[in-house]
Write a protein of this length. Structure first.
Length: 358
């Protein structure tokens, strides 16, 4: 794919953030973005151009029926000057799975990866270097046909924006408090919970907002049918540690198959831990916390990395895990994953892709 590059003069560049250690998640964006347009059954006009607003018809499909998908991955600065992407092939694959589910056009995986790579390299002056910081990359596809009938759009924009980020949760690598939601649900089997589409997040807002007002970081969702089985967190998959065993909800069709989740499962096996993917009821979790068989819990996600979970609030009661401290298994998995992502340790899995130098 040939990507046109808009050169920006020194004076046209945005001022860079001043302090890397103050970066939060997703609030500032780099100078340029990637865009590509779909019409007449073809992708065309791929370019890296100045970050700017879109001019869209108010009747565009995306505004009314949420025909939208997105991805999230990161570029990391290794201490030796390499710029690394973590498993971009997996994001490209999931993007296309999401596209198929929402009846949107797919994009050759290598084109998605090329667009990400060229954009990151064009914007590398924004790459923060401190531990815990990275460039968060957000590939997105929106339906732009101007038409109010409910049918798949015939026109789309695929674009990629980049945000220099620090930790997703305000507290950094500290145990978070989760609210177990037993009224609202995020998704159901047969729905779109297993793909990355904006509607899932819209559906989650009310519960998430209420939980935040009560002082919780996020919601832990239960299954849509019985409110019995643990599914996932707002922006993370969930893991429970039983001594040397890691248990995570199996992918039933309503959970997002996280790339970090898959990586944690592989890492755990590599480190000699036992792993299980199965149904886990909230009753089992509460019982396990009370009896001490659940020794740790954490969530996994691109933005959140590995986030220890210190407590669950369920039916008007708090349940504390590992005295709200980071446990040894969580710490070990976090260290290993982060060391691989930042190129500090050899990557035995071939996950990390060097795309250039800063
Ligand atoms: N579950 C949800 C709902 C998410 O939004 C995310 C974030 O991407 C994840 C899980 C974790 O997925 P991944 O590890 O691919 O980032
Ligand atoms: C990610 O981790 O990439 C996500 O998409 C989470 C996001 C909803 C903040």
């Amino acid at each position: 794919m040939k990507i046109a590059l808009e050169e920006l003069g020194e004076k046209e560049l945005k001022p860079l953030y001043e302090d890397e250690s103050k970066l939060v998640f997703g609030s500032i964006f780099t100078d340029r973005m990637f865009t590509m347009h779909y019409a007449n059954k073809e992708w065309n006009e791929s370019r890296i151009e100045r970050y700017r607003s879109f001019n869209l018809d108010p009747s565009s499909c995306v505004f009314h029926y949420s025909q939208e998908i997105f991805e999230g991955l990161k570029a990391y600065a290794a201490e030796d000057g390499r710029i690394l992407l973590f498993r971009p092939d997996q994001n490209a694959k999931r993007m296309n799975r999401s596209a198929e589910r929402l009846v949107m056009p797919t994009i050759p995986e290598e084109d998605i990866i090329q667009a990400i790579t060229e954009l990151v390299l064009a914007e590398k002056r924004w790459l923060p270097k401190q531990p815990g910081t990275s460039l968060y990359i957000r590939p997105t596809m929106i339906a732009t046909e101007a038409f109010l009938g409910v049918h798949p759009s015939s026109e789309y924009i695929f674009y990629i924006i980049i945000s220099p980020v620090g930790a997703y949760y305000k507290g950094g690598f500290k145990p978070i408090k989760l609210y177990v939601e037993d009224i609202f649900v995020r998704s159901n089997i047969g729905g779109v919970g297993d793909v990355k589409t904006g509607g899932n997040y819209a559906a989650s807002l009310m519960a998430g907002h209420k939980a935040q007002q009560k002082g919780f970081s996020q919601v832990l969702w239960l299954d849509g049918r019985e409110r019995k089985y643990v599914e996932e967190v707002g922006a993370m998959n969930m893991f429970f540690v039983y001594g040397n065993k890691l248990v995570t909800p199996m992918l039933t069709g309503s959970i997002l198959p996280g790339i970090t989740r898959a990586s944690v499962l592989e890492l755990a096996k590599y480190l000699g831990l036992e792993t299980e993917e199965r149904l886990i009821s909230i009753d089992e979790v509460i019982e396990g916390i009370n009896s001490g068989t659940i020794t740790e819990a954490f969530g996994s996600g691109t933005a959140a990395v590995i986030s220890p979970v210190g407590s669950l609030y369920y039916k008007e009661k708090d349940y504390f895990i590992n005295n709200e401290q980071v446990g040894p298994v969580t710490q070990r998995l976090y260290d290993k994953l982060v060391n691989i992502q930042y190129g500090r340790e050899k990557d035995p899995f071939g996950w990390v892709r060097e795309i250039g130098r800063y």
